[in-house]
Design a protein around this ligand. Structure first.
Ligand code: DI6
Ligand code: FE
Length: 409
């Protein structure tokens, strides 16, 4: 008998590979081999080149359990101080998100709580949120800054984001969101704040290795197109990819702007126009839809799903986990909401939290199950992909593997 070739071999799995252009790329009665943190073999069990025990050190039969790539949450604001449950009550009593923001609540109240939290406190408060996402199948997570709005606090947020990745053993991609809100001390000095973000904060944080991408909130209560463009020019100089909160509450043509810079994604998009969609299609910019924010704000304007499909813009789904508009701690739940609220098919929603979410982060080594990809995967207490969107709440995860290592058992 020859030496086993692989670390681990999973047999009789229902594999949702997300390889190919449509649906889930399902392989029933499948086998998947993991070796040195990568997928070493995948296919129908009958096609295995030898007897399983000759092939791998560990062999396990999954009894037809569903296996997917590790889920990818490509848009979160998961690191923040305190919470905004009080604002939840105000909204239920009729106040709008914009009214609360203009009255000094909203993002700015989280900025105060984040500025006064130490790095240790911020980490302790954020850790359970990241753990909740991981427990529901997330193995790659994007985390934005944007509640510090001054160098030291933005740095603290990004350092906490990096530490979450290290301590949980998952991948964290950071985005610098200095243009999230105008800090109170700059109320009459917009241009000065934009200059500070572009010319001082961004280069300093990039030099410290804390920034993987650059984001902004292009909105009436956020920043203008021109201010966003100024930031994107700096990102370009520094060789960083850009993404944008665009068309969430109104249409400022932000999607076309981020597409012009070859952006990774435009996110939210309820008010997106067809010309914005065309620009995204041409640039290959992913549409990131955030049904948690749509739900929590009781938004009624749907993102233009039919047009996104028509123009073949890849759609990703994320939690937008944040204390104001989307206190959502399950990406699987976000995928389910995308089906129920936005009428995505379950295949579209699941592509949105795997292959298309990987693309939205520029991480091409994950999001699908294929030979050579990272062995980030989830074994589910489910047999069919639709179940992941169908069940609301509960715990469906049987095992999460990151880089071939089990992080749940
Ligand atoms: N859009 C959002 O949905 C979050 N940020 C943004 O630009 C909300 C952030 C918050 O309200 O704290
Ligand atoms: Fe957001």
């Amino acid at each position: 008998m020859s030496e086993p070739r692989w670390d681990r071999l999973l047999l009789n799995a229902t594999l949702a590979t997300f390889v190919g252009d449509a649906a889930c790329g399902l392989i029933e009665h499948g086998a998947i081999a993991l070796h040195h943190g990568r997928v070493a073999w995948i296919g129908h069990m009958d096609a295995l080149p030898a007897a399983p025990n000759e092939l791998a050190l560990t062999v396990e039969s999954l009894d037809a359990a569903l296996v997917t790539p590790g889920l990818i949450d490509c848009h979160t604001h998961l690191v923040f101080g305190s919470d905004r449950a009080q604002e939840f009550d105000l909204r239920l009593n009729g106040a709008s998100y914009e009214e609360i923001a203009r009255a000094g609540g909203g993002i700015v109240s989280t900025v105060n709580a984040t500025r006064t939290a130490s790095e240790e406190q911020l980490f302790a408060q954020s850790l359970p949120r990241a753990q909740a996402l991981l427990a529901d199948g997330v193995t790659t997570l994007e985390i934005k800054s944007g509640y510090g709005l001054e160098l030291e606090s933005e740095r603290r947020m990004l350092r906490v984001a990096r530490r979450l990745g290290r301590e949980l053993g998952i991948t964290v991609r950071t985005s610098f969101l200095g243009l999230h809100a105008l800090p109170p001390e700059y109320q009459d000095k917009r241009a000065d704040y934009v200059a500070l973000v572009c010319d001082e904060m961004l280069p300093a944080l990039v030099a410290e290795g804390l920034v993987d991408a650059v984001d902004a909130f292009c909105e009436g209560i956020g920043f203008t197109r021109e201010e966003t463009r100024r930031l994107f020019e700096c990102a370009k100089q520094l060789g960083l990819p850009v993404k944008l909160h665009a068309e969430q509450l109104s249409d400022l043509d932000g999607a076309a702007l981020v597409a012009e810079y070859g952006g990774l994604s435009a996110d939210h998009l309820e008010y997106l126009s067809e010309s914005g969609i065309k620009a995204m299609a041409t640039a290959g910019t992913v549409a990131v839809l955030l049904p948690g924010a749509f739900y929590a704000l009781r938004e009624t304007k749907l993102p233009p799903i039919a047009l996104l499909r028509e123009h073949r813009v890849p759609i990703a789904i994320a939690t937008d986990c944040n204390p104001g508009t989307s206190p959502l701690l399950s990406l699987r739940m976000a995928a389910g909401m995308a089906c129920t609220l936005f009428r995505l098919t379950h295949e579209e929603a699941l592509r949105g939290v795997t292959v298309n979410a990987a693309r939205a982060l520029g991480c091409h080594d994950r999001g699908t199950l294929a030979v050579g990809q990272r062995a980030d995967l989830v074994v589910w207490k489910a047999k069919r992909p639709a179940e992941l969107c169908y069940w609301i709440g509960g715990s469906l995860v049987r095992e999460v593997c990151v880089g071939g290592e089990s992080v749940t058992s």
